[in-house]
Design a protein around this ligand. Structure first.
Ligand code: RB5
Length: 149
């Protein structure tokens, strides 16, 4: 366990409204939000936003990261290029629980054009409310970590 209660949030232009809604919910769940934008709706490039959030998690500054783009896919692909990041796209609560419990995911990605706000917030709550189970799942996560060496 850790006492780091900071979560970095990031998105591209397609997901600003959902990101802001997630920020409110995450704060209501007693987490400190580090929102790294963007703040204006001009078209931007999801890889740089995924990478910037991932670096804050990989460095230990933030315990978790939640990132959002149109599908959640592109920004997730970028985040997963950063060493130490395990990020999954979720469109349902079960997957959000499982990527914590079995995969020790440290980032969650959502698609603002895929899920509505209500479902997205439930997915966030499921992710933050779940713990890694370790054991045989730890062995498998270690295999992923070894691939980064
Ligand atoms: C932007 O139009 C869109 O491509 C982006 O938000 C995301 O869906 C990429 O994976």
């Amino acid at each position: 366990m850790t006492d780091n209660k900071r979560i970095v949030l990031s998105s591209d232009h397609a997901a600003i409204d959902l990101r802001l809604a997630i920020a409110k919910q995450v704060e209501a769940l007693d987490w400190e939000v580090v929102d790294i934008g963007p703040t204006t709706p001009e078209s931007t490039h999801y890889p740089k936003h995924g990478e910037a959030a991932a670096r804050k998690v990989a460095s230990g500054e933030c315990r978790f990261g939640i990132i959002v783009c149109g599908t959640g896919q592109g920004i997730m692909m970028a985040a997963n290029k950063v060493k130490g990041i395990r990020c999954g796209v979720c469109s349902d609560e079960f997957s959000a629980r499982m990527i914590r419990a079995h995969n020790d995911a440290n980032m969650l990605s959502l698609g603002a054009r895929v899920v509505g706000e209500g479902l997205a917030l439930s997915i966030v709550e499921a992710f933050l409310g779940s713990e890694f189970e370790g054991g045989r799942h730890g062995t498998r996560v270690d295999m992923i970590k070894e691939m980064e060496e």
